[in-house]
Design a protein around this ligand. Structure first.
Ligand SMILES: [Zn+2]
Length: 216
């Protein structure tokens, strides 16, 4: 792979300190574990040169621009602890700048998450997963997608995501694929469950396509 998951491409101003204990990580952490069990987030020797993949985030409250996100290089862990999360204090996707705090640095794809939250205040949760099945069947599933020449975690990706929202293609579907990022899928929702359900729904549809010969 020419691109490296896990390499932070933006300008990061990170404060190394533990997160406010009042921040609830219960819901995000449960879904993070489920995503890890389904290999939608993780680290697998046969995939991407054994680099960790996927990340998950949640707004800290309905009206805040701040969100918590799983930390970089945490893919190998099935269960995360508070020190593996990071608070995004301020994000400027178009300036490629991010301010964060936590005991761990934010995921390399935090700017993409920030770009999605910026589109709609109703979006409260974002999951970036790696699903070979969904990604491969982008066209068959009629999924919105960013094009193959847009790499992950860049200003171009932030712009492409913005255009995707403006196109109206994300009104019915809360999931899109990133064709410039192998197996890259992003699901979002008004809460963690909604984002996760959309992801699992399309995973089932993609697996259905792969298993079609079984009906013949
Ligand atoms: Zn990724």
């Amino acid at each position: 792979m020419e691109e490296q998951e896990g390499v932070i491409k933006y300008q990061l101003n990170h404060t190394q300190q533990s997160l406010n204990h009042l921040l609830s990580l219960t819901e995000i952490n449960a879904w993070r574990t489920i995503a890890a069990r389904l290999d939608l987030i993780g680290q697998i020797p046969e995939r991407y040169d054994n680099i960790g993949f996927g990340n998950i985030s949640q707004r800290i409250d309905a009206h805040s621009a701040q969100f918590i996100i799983s930390g970089t290089q945490t893919g190998h862990l099935e269960r995360l602890s508070p020190e593996h999360y990071c608070l995004i204090v301020k994000a400027e996707p178009h300036q490629n700048r991010l301010q964060s705090c936590g005991l761990c640095k934010p995921s390399s794809e935090s700017l993409t998450h920030a770009g999605i939250y910026a589109q709609d205040n109703a979006i409260q949760a974002v999951i970036h997963a790696h699903s070979p099945e969904i990604w491969k069947h982008t066209v068959a599933l009629g999924l919105p997608h960013t094009s193959a020449d847009v790499p992950y975690g860049t200003v171009e990706m932030a712009t492409a995501v913005e255009q995707l929202f403006q196109s109206g293609n994300l009104l019915q579907t809360s999931l899109f694929t990133m064709l410039g990022h192998e197996d890259g899928v992003v699901a979002f929702g008004r809460n963690m469950q909604e984002a996760a359900w959309e992801l699992i729904k399309y995973l089932s549809l993609a697996i259905g396509i792969e298993q079609q010969p079984i009906n013949r």
